[in-house]
Design a protein around this ligand. Structure first.
Ligand SMILES: Nc1ncnc2c1ncn2[C@@H]1O[C@H](COP(=O)(O)OP(=O)(O)OP(=O)(O)O)[C@@H](O)[C@H]1O
Ligand SMILES: [Mg+2]
Ligand SMILES: [Zn+2]
Length: 251
């Protein structure tokens, strides 16, 4: 936390703002005027546009996609099992009917195209003008941890952005490390996931996982039932089966 060392009156609007002692000297600025300058520099007309721009920058900052699914699309998903065919049909319909309210849970073993489909949906939804973020649960938790030591985004800003997304994809849920307490499996990670699902209860979320519903529920301890209940609310669940696309009999 920076230490406030005084106040100054803004020469432009007359508002008083605080001055802080920083490693680069005593600094401070009028937030209203800085925001206005930022809007002018982007040639954007309103605060709403500014918020939207910030959300898009947040998505760019947080999204990290592995190269094997970078070019994935719904149409490049080639079903090799009836569950995959069903999943593809659901994905097509999901994109077509997107209303920002319905969710998906895609589960199954490795290499069946869960990340492929989830990221392909994100790209298609974006094409329709919505704001969507694809993120692995481990990466999201890392970003939150970093926020505690003064990263670009504070914890509060991250939750605020997460809440405003039209679509949030949490890939590989259950892969994150949930440290257990003596009394059960509660931990910081499960608290964070609970908070996210709770704030997005009426919004569109897609989760993918290698685990079953009961495995996840057990993993999250006391938060388990509450997380699963919110994760599956208004959601279509797809369980993929078939052969791992990655494996080609290497040995
Ligand atoms: N049905 C499919 N058609 C075309 N490519 C596929 C299909 N399924 C998977 N792939 C490709 O195989 C690779 C692995 O798929 P993906 O990463 O989506 O698997 P996953 O189900 O998310 O696995 P994991 O559980 O290990 O995360 C990717 O390059 C993906 O594009
Ligand atoms: Mg995956
Ligand atoms: Zn000012």
């Amino acid at each position: 936390m920076l230490k406030a060392v005084g106040e100054e009156t803004c020469a432009t609007c007359g508002m008083v703002y605080k001055l802080y002692e920083t490693p680069r000297g005593i600094m401070g600025a009028c937030k209203t005027c800085v925001d206005n300058e930022f809007i002018k520099s982007l040639k954007l007309p309103s605060i709403e546009d500014l918020k939207q721009k910030r959300l898009e920058i947040f998505v760019t900052d947080f999204e990290k996609v592995t190269s094997d699914i970078e070019r994935a699309s719904v149409s490049s998903y080639k079903p090799r099992h009836e569950t995959q065919l069903k999943a593809k049909q659901i994905a097509v319909k999901y994109v077509k009917d997107f209303d920002g309210k319905k969710s998906l849970v895609i589960s199954g073993d490795p290499g069946l195209g869960k990340s492929h489909l989830a990221y392909a949906i994100v790209k298609a939804i974006r094409q329709k003008g919505y704001t969507a973020l694809y993120i692995k649960s481990t990466h999201l938790l890392d970003k939150l941890k970093k926020s505690y030591s003064g990263d670009k985004y504070s914890e509060e800003q991250i939750f605020d952005m997460i809440e405003r997304l039209d679509l949030l994809v949490i890939d590989d849920i259950g892969a994150e490390y949930v440290k257990s307490n003596d009394d059960g499996h509660e931990s910081w990670a499960s608290d964070v996931l609970y908070k996210i699902f709770d704030m997005r209860i009426e919004k569109a979320n897609i989760c993918t996982t290698n685990y079953t519903e009961s495995e996840l529920e057990r993993k999250y301890g006391n938060n388990g039932p509450r997380i699963i209940s919110r994760m599956t609310a208004n959601a279509h669940a797809i369980r993929l089966e078939g052969q791992d696309y990655r494996r080609k009999e290497a040995f």
